[in-house]
Ligand binder design. Structure first.
Ligand SMILES: Nc1ncnc2c1ncn2[C@@H]1O[C@H](COP(=O)(O)OP(=O)(O)OP(=O)(O)O)[C@@H](O)[C@H]1O
Ligand SMILES: [Mg+2]
Length: 247
């Protein structure tokens, strides 16, 4: 288990790649593996973590209350009932509220002794605001799908981090479809990794069970292929050697 909490930013160039779903899945599996985990949602005005965990009615406070000074950080976090080690700090409902990188770092510093992992779900898009925040992380997880436009955007994002001197990046390929998992799949995966130019940490299959669970806020089935992929990624994040198995 990590001595210092690992601050992990999940980001992508293009929107809709699955960043929030990945925060949900990795957050859940890290917690189930015994790590005290917090997910901070920075997608202002577009909160979704509460729905994903089936908690839309039970989230009383959010990051906005912390930024406004109305609540202490830990008091604004909500425990996820399905995973005892997991909490979420939801994005403010107010889309016009802003947060600076300094504020995010300060929040993480103040609560780091309570968590082994703090995962930051960034909003979509390449802008300097996202870069400034993501750069503070110990590890950046760049998410792409096999879609060529998405790969190009992930490459741009990753190149920009490299230009800024940030080499702590890992790639997640999400929504790999059954069609992709054909005889040419390995070549395709290699191509994606070569194009983006960062080391792969995991591949998540396209999984209707994940879409359904996060959409309805119902638990993800233990047999769901995506859950196995999240579990493997979480183990790799804690330093375990887990072979890449694609289902
Ligand atoms: N592995 C997957 N299999 C099937 N559907 C997925 C998978 N990952 C994500 N999705 C679906 O893709 C859509 C977008 O996912 P999600 O909201 O997690 O993306 P995002 O990158 O956070 O989007 P945004 O950029 O808007 O914040 C959702 O409908 C989600 O259920
Ligand atoms: Mg999102």
């Amino acid at each position: 288990m990590a001595k210092e909490p690992k601050l992990i930013a999940v980001t992508s160039g293009k929107g809709g790649t699955g960043k929030s779903s990945i925060c949900y899945g990795i957050g859940y599996t890290l917690a189930k593996q015994g790590n005290r985990t917090l997910i901070i949602e920075l997608d202002f005005g577009l909160r979704c973590l509460d729905i994903m965990f089936g908690m839309s009615g039970s989230v009383q406070y959010d990051l906005g209350d912390v930024l406004n000074g109305k609540k202490e950080i830990l008091d604004a976090c909500t425990h996820v009932p399905t995973a005892s080690n997991l909490s979420i700090l939801c994005a403010p409902k107010d889309a016009f509220m802003t947060v600076t990188a300094e504020q995010v770092v300060d929040i993480c510093k103040r609560i780091r002794k309570y968590f082994d992992f703090i995962i930051i779900d960034t909003g979509a898009g390449i802008n300097s605001h996202v870069f400034d925040i993501v750069e503070q992380a110990n590890l950046i997880l760049v998410v792409t799908t096999p879609d060529p436009i998405c790969i190009r955007d992930a490459t741009m994002m990753s190149d920009e981090f490299y230009t800024r001197g940030n080499k702590r990046q890992r790639l997640i390929v999400n929504k790999l479809s059954k069609k992709d998992i054909s005889s040419h799949m390995i070549t395709d995966l290699d191509e994606i990794i070569d194009k983006v130019g960062i080391q792969l940490i995991g591949v998540i299959p396209e999984d209707f069970a994940l879409k359904e669970a996060t959409g309805k806020g119902t638990p993800l089935s233990p047999e769901a292929p995506s859950l196995m992929a999240f579990d493997a990624i979480s183990k790799r994040l804690t330093g375990e050697q887990v072979p890449l198995v694609i289902k």
